[in-house]
Structures are given as C-alpha cells and as structure tokens.
Design a protein around this ligand. Structure first.
Ligand code: GAP
Length: 502
C-alpha cells in the first residue's frame, strides 16, 4: 500500500472514532479482534444505506418481498447448504509461536546467491510478489544492500504453505518457526441450544442470511400471491469466525448482509442474472462511488463455486486495494434441490399457465452492509480549502456522503446566542426535525467551527439565523460541497431542503 493510501485509511479511522461513526467493540477492555460498533453518526449512516437498499429493491418493486429470518436455525439447514462439511479454510499453525494463518496466504521466501542463502523468511500476503517484498523489507539493511547489488545473480524460491515442495519447510510469517501441514478449519461459530451442552444440542450462528430465505421459500410462496419470477430480500447479521479479520471493518467476524434470492424459470436465469448484475453495479454508482474506483468483474469459469453457473463481483478500490463489495451469482437450482433432499419437503413450483412443475433457478445479489458503508466512507473523505471565521482559506475535512445516506440532513445555528436568534433557530430546527428529516441544533462556539463539525459529519445543509433574519425573516443556507450560501425565507427551509435532497 502506498504511503498516501495508508495515510487516508489512518485519517478515516481516526475521524470515524473522533466523530462517532465507528468504534472498536468493547474497547475499554482492549477490544476484540473482528468486531466493531457503530456510534451515533455511524448507526444513522448504516441505517440510511440499509433503508435505501430496502426502498429500492423491495418497496419500489412488485416482485420482491422482505423477510426477517432467525439467526440460529435447525442445524440440518447447514448440512443441506454444505456449510457443515465444506465452509472451511485450510489453515496452518506455527509449531513455535502458535500463530495461525490461512494456508494460501502464508508464503515462505528463500533467496540465494549461488550456494549462499542470503535471505529467508515467512510472509503473510495475498501474492508471491508482495510476500517477496515483505521478506526483503524485513531483512537487515546489510542484506538489503546485498540484494540490490547482486540483483541479477539472486534466485528466489517462493512457495505457499499449502504447496510446500518436497524437502522444504514452510516458515511462520511472525517468528520464522516451522508451520504444520494445512488443516481444515470451519468458519461457523458454534453454540448450544437448551440446557444440555452435548453434540445433540450444537447449533450455529448463520454464516449468511441466504439460507433463511431458502428455508422459508415455500412459506412465502404459500402465504402470498407471488408467481415466479419473484424475489425474497433480507437484511441481517451474519457471523464467520474469520481467521484473519483485517482492513478495519472490511473483513469482520460479525457483519451484516443485504441479500436477494430471486427465483426464476431456468430458461430465464441468464437474463435475470444480467439484469441483477448490471442493476446492482449501477446502484453503487448512483450513490456516489465514482465509476473509476468501481469495477464489475466476471468470474472466470475455474473461479466459480461448484453450484454456480455464473458469478460477478462488484469491487471497489479501497485504500488497501481492490476488494469485493457484493457478489451476484446464478446459483442454479442447487439450494432448493438440496433443501428438498434434506428436508424431504416438496420445493417444486407449479406454473398454472404452462402446467409445468420445476425447481426454480436462483439469482443472488449478495452485498455486505459494512463493506458498502466503508466504501461510502472512503469515497466521501475529502480535504479541500474553505474560509475560516476570519475569511482565511484553511484546509477542511469534509465527508461528501450522498445526501440520501448523510446521518444529519440539516444543521441549524443561531449566529450568536442572543438577540432572539436561538429561539428562531430552534423553531426552524424543530420544524425540520418534526417533518422527519434528521436535524441538528448547535449554538456553541464560532460559527465557522460549527460548519466544520457538520462538514466532518457529512451534513449537506447548514442553516444560519443572523441579524438580518430578525429584520426580514430570511436565513442563509450553506451547501456542504459548493460552499455556496443562499438567502432564503426562513419558512421555506423545509421545502428547499426537500427539493435538494430529491
Ligand atoms: N450468500 C452468499 C454469500 O454469503 P459471500 O461472498 O460469502 O456470499 C456476500 O458474502 C457478501 O457479504 C460479500 O460480498 C461481502 O460484502 C459480505 N461479507 C462476507 N464476508 C464478510 C466479512 N467477513 N466481513 C464483512 N463482510 C463480509
């Protein structure tokens, strides 16, 4: 990661803590790796993202309904879905320091000039090239000089710990101890249901919300008038005991998903797949992720899960690299067929018109709420120049969040805390708040500082009541992004903001 990208991530993490977007979970006890809390601004941002998704995919469509399934389900669900047998990563353990790594991420790097070994070590990395850089960078300056001087003569041997060649030992990225051969580690969190804690009471925290939809597919169909093609949408928590939670909230152990399972006739699956792939990509662009940082990547055939006929990822260029926000997959009839087999219940669909009975195919757009939130935060973070209280241009930090997502839509300030200004400002604040728009009232400190606080919170509009308001009932309304200040009638603030928010 380059210096400036690193820097951006550090600044964002610090702003998120300082302004109450995101906190480390149970921080006063030293935190817990892979778990995060959303503070007062963060919870509003995340709720707005979820509400926008729900509005767009459920409320504004006639062919999708919602669901809120339980997190703990009958464990047979996870046998049918393949998670009990297969939802595992191969892991390696260090025999010395006991650290654990994903086998495909733990590289061993050896470099020799002729017979002489000049550098060796383990590195945790996504690619061979990065592993080599990490080990070389960790070497003493004397060795680094030798690497540079003898660049042409050096032979590098790099291998992943799950592909260790005969006669070599994989090395620990932390302490250079030796690593065990890979072993499978299931990512599901286990718990027990009821008073007995034995193998008969084992249950799992769901690792995805999708299976709740498949398990309820028949109930939804029987209790509604829906006909194929139709979808079921769900937003909810999912849990994975990720070996290596990393990149802030990007890979967490507790996270939220927003998933649609869209059921259609097998002959229409390709068309619906393309529809959802393009619609979901566009959704992120429409909400402010610039298309240059956003990418739609079709999976190669050899990358596809065994049950998937096609899959594409919506990827965003985070400061730590291009990474997945959402996956759109054609899951064929795999899930419903498996649940039909394991439950013994008929999950076929009968088409009254064509008299055909079939198991629908499923197109699944599956997004992470926390990843979307993080991408919108990264994209929003901006440093530019704005005049301070003395009219001098100073750097300001502004979160240019899409207005639909902004935690606070309007902030209202009296210029000074006297001459009746607070009363007028409070009146406007209450009017906006009572109309259902998230509003904030602030009368403390210099007005420039109040603007800056709202810029950091991503508030699109700030209304200021000043001396002129008392004479002609007008106020200034300041636009977060253009910094334009317009004078409008105090009783038109609500209409003005509503129009701008769209
Ligand atoms: N039902 C399909 C499914 O769960 P997935 O690719 O494993 O597919 C879907 O997960 C989305 O859930 C991902 O694109 C990502 O946004 C989010 N997600 C998955 N694991 C996550 C984690 N450990 N932390 C945060 N988000 C995660």
């Amino acid at each position: 990661m380059s210096e400036s990208k690193n820097d951006l991530m550090d600044k964002l993490v610090s702003l998120c803590k300082r302004r109450g977007f995101i906190f480390q979970s149970s921080e006063i006890y030293g935190g817990i790796n892979g778990f995060w809390d959303y503070g007062p601004l963060g919870v509003e941002l995340k709720r707005n993202i979820k509400a926008a998704w729900w509005e767009d995919v459920v409320r504004r469509r006639d062919d999708i309904v919602g669901l809120d399934a339980s997190i703990i389900m009958n464990p047979r669900v996870w046998e049918a879905s393949g998670h009990v047998g297969g939802f595992s990563d191969p892991m390696v353990d260090c025999t010395e320091c006991k650290a654990r790594f994903r086998a495909d991420r733990a590289f061993t790097v050896l470099a020799a000039a002729g017979e002489t070994e000049i550098v060796s070590g383990g590195a945790e990395a996504e690619t061979e090239a990065v592993a080599r850089e990490v080990v070389a960078a960790g070497a003493s300056s004397k060795i680094r000089r030798r690497i540079e001087q003898k660049a042409d003569e050096i032979t590098w041997t790099i291998f992943r710990s799950d592909q260790t060649p005969e006669g070599k030992t994989a090395m620990c990225p932390t302490c250079r101890g030796s690593l065990t051969p890979p072993r499978l580690f299931n990512l599901m969190f286990e718990t027990h249901v009821g008073a007995m804690q034995d193998s008969t009471s084992v249950a799992y925290l769901r690792p995805e919300t999708a299976q709740g939809i498949f398990a309820d597919y028949k109930n939804v169909l029987d209790s509604s008038r829906l006909k194929v093609p139709f979808g079921i949408a769900q937003i909810g928590k999912a849990f994975r005991n990720e070996i290596n939670p990393r990149n802030y909230t990007f890979r967490s152990r507790e996270f939220e998903q927003m998933e649609i399972e869209f059921f259609c006739h097998p002959s229409e699956a390709d068309t619906w797949y393309e529809h959802w792939r393009d619609a979901r990509f566009q959704w992120y662009i429409d909400h402010g992720l610039t298309s240059s940082k956003l990418r739609l990547r079709d999976h190669e055939k050899d990358e596809l899960a065994h049950y998937a006929a096609a899959c594409a990822d919506v990827e965003y260029e985070f400061p730590f690299g291009l990474s997945e926000l959402e996956g759109i997959a054609n899951r064929t009839d795999y899930d419903l067929s498996r649940h039909q087999e394991y439950s013994g219940k008929d999950l076929t669909y009968f088409d009254d018109e064509t008299k055909e009975r079939f198991i629908p195919y499923v197109i699944e757009p599956s997004g992470g709420v926390d990843r979307a939130t993080l991408a919108f935060l990264c994209e929003a973070y901006t440093e530019d120049e704005a005049p301070d209280d003395k009219g001098q241009m100073k750097t300001r930090v502004v979160m240019k969040l899409h207005p639909r997502f902004a935690p606070i839509k309007v902030a209202v300030f009296p210029l000074v805390k006297k001459e009746g200004m607070p009363e007028v400002a409070r009146g406007i604040y209450e009017q906006v708040r009572d109309a259902g728009l998230a509003a904030f009232y602030d009368e403390k400190g210099a007005v420039g500082r109040r603007y800056r606080r709202q810029d950091e919170a991503g508030t699109p509009f700030c209304v200021t009541v000043d001396g002129q308001t008392l004479e002609d009932q007008t106020v200034t309304i300041r636009d977060r992004d253009t910094l334009d200040q317009t004078r409008i009638k105090a009783d038109e603030v609500l209409t003005f903001v509503r129009e701008k928010l769209g």
